[in-house]
Design a protein around this ligand. Structure first.
Ligand SMILES: *Cc1c(COP(=O)(O)O)cnc(C)c1O
Length: 226
């Protein structure tokens, strides 16, 4: 429990220290702050501490909130997206990190076509095969990415996962490692129209392990606001 400013300072120091310890450049690890359940006042306090990518996990919450904040911010959708919310989501978010089904991808394609725009997306992978989680099974990721590559309005920019909630973050290491391997394999495959730029993994409980395993986009809420 600290002020947002103290929390950010601690977090950035921990991110740098972890990256450097494993021989990575701290600048290659981007912090995205998840603002779900936070008030406008809290988000404004955050913005006084610097520039951050921001994330919300529900369109219903983001829709009234985002217009109250500066228009220069960059918002990512990080939660499960229902097809009937795609139209709103494309107006609110710069990147949809949570593309988790063929039907959703085709709906995004349809709305993007109708509004004459393209949409950056990440593929959400259920790397630990949890029944309660959304996401593409790890072994189907490559086929799914190829399917999205054929949708002209979608620009695949990487992979995202939500690790199982565990007491010991070491338990999620194999899952992060597996996603990193899939990410590297897809990058090497050079699928036309696909850029493996973002490997989005790591939250408050497991971001250090995620950095060690190659994450370049962390999604963090509690460690910033609580
Ligand atoms: C809430 C949320 C986060 C941040 O979780 P914390 O544990 O609060 O850091 C990250 N990703 C997604 C998809 C979330 O919904």
């Amino acid at each position: 429990m600290g002020t947002i400013k103290d929390n950010i300072a601690h977090l950035q120091a921990a991110i740098s220290e972890t990256a450097e310890r494993v021989g990575r450049n701290a600048n290659d690890v981007t912090l995205l702050v998840v603002t779900k359940n936070r008030t406008i006042e809290q988000i404004q306090q955050l913005l006084e501490c610097g520039e951050f990518l921001l994330g919300e996990n529900r369109v219903q919450e983001a829709k009234p909130k985002i217009p109250l904040l500066p228009t220069t911010l960059h918002w990512h959708m990080v939660g499960h997206l229902q097809r009937n919310k795609v139209k709103d989501a494309l107006q609110l978010f710069e990147i949809i990190q949570s593309v988790d089904s063929s039907r959703l991808a085709h709906e995004i394609q349809k709305i993007a076509e109708a509004t004459d725009r393209s949409v950056e997306v990440l593929v959400q992978v259920n790397v630990a095969s949890e029944e309660t989680k959304f996401g593409i099974p790890a072994e189907e990721t490559r086929a799914f990415v190829k399917e999205l590559a054929a949708l002209p309005r979608l620009r695949v920019k990487g992979l995202m996962t939500i690790a199982p909630l565990t007491e010991d973050p070491e338990e999620v290491r194999p899952h992060f490692r597996r996603l990193r391997q899939i990410f590297d394999t897809l990058a090497a495959a050079q699928i036309p129209g696909v850029e493996m730029r973002y490997l989005s993994m790591g939250m408050t409980n497991d971001y250090r392990v995620a950095i060690e395993e190659g994450a370049n986009l962390l999604r963090i809420g509690s460690a910033v606001f609580d």
